[in-house]
Design a protein around this ligand. Structure first.
Ligand SMILES: [Zn+2]
Length: 231
């Protein structure tokens, strides 16, 4: 594969800044991606196809960063569906209810199994208690975060009623808290992407600290760092 950025890309892209030492880096190859989901500005699903994802490396010998991947807007490691799309799809599912599983999956271009797995992934990211505490720490006025609408959790099939009900209630609370936290951060000048709070916050942690929450496999508990404009 041709690994050098084209001259057109060099003109379009600014010189990369190392996320670790914040000094100038240089381009260091690229990778062709066939297909990637994206959340459009109007909230619909958009597919971007055949595009290059650039890599860069640090020019400071003492820096521990060496090289890194530069992700496009909403882009995320190892994900065809970035967290922004996952958050939007799950939010729609929570609103429309259990009977909408197939409909919502079709709307977002995934299988019902994938959509159900996204629900479980969000449920395992963090706890309501931890996320509530981060919101409290972030909010100087001490305003409480919004409560989840647990009484409106959709009715699941009888055989899986209990696990589904508790998991969906948890995810509904977490999604609301992610939105609240993102709003607090944006109000305070933290540079978050547009779109759902969950996606914007995960992308911020990736950009600043290279923290990644994979969909599958084990990962450390989600902890947020640097949620202030200069942090
Ligand atoms: Zn560096």
């Amino acid at each position: 594969m041709d690994c050098a950025p084209t001259s057109a890309q060099r003109k379009q892209e600014p010189v990369p800044i190392c996320p670790c030492c914040h000094l100038l880096g240089c381009w260091d190859g690229r990778r062709l991606l066939k297909r990637q989901a994206k959340l459009a500005q109007d909230g619909s699903l958009e597919w971007i196809e055949d595009f290059w994802r650039l890599r860069a490396r640090c020019l400071t010998p003492e820096c521990s960063m060496r090289s890194w991947t530069c992700y496009e807007v909403q882009g995320y490691p190892h994900r065809t569906f970035p967290p922004a799309v996952v958050a939007a799809a799950v939010a729609e599912f929570l609103v429309l209810g259990m009977a909408s599983l197939a409909l919502v999956a079709e709307h977002w271009g995934c299988s019902t199994r994938t959509l159900a797995r996204w629900v479980g992934w969000i449920a395992g990211l963090t706890t309501v208690e931890e996320l509530t505490e981060v919101c409290w720490l972030q909010d100087p006025s001490g305003m409480p975060p919004p409560a989840g609408r647990t009484e409106q959790v959709p009715e699941p099939p009888a055989a899986r009623a209990a696990p589904w009900r508790s998991q969906l209630a948890l995810v509904e609370s977490l999604v609301a808290l992610f939105e609240w936290l993102a709003r607090l951060c944006r109000d305070q000048g933290v540079p978050l992407e547009r779109g759902p709070g969950l996606g914007a916050l995960l992308r911020h942690q990736l950009d600043r600290f290279r923290r990644v929450c994979l969909l599958i496999g084990s990962y450390p508990a989600l902890r947020f760092y640097g949620l202030h404009p200069d942090g």
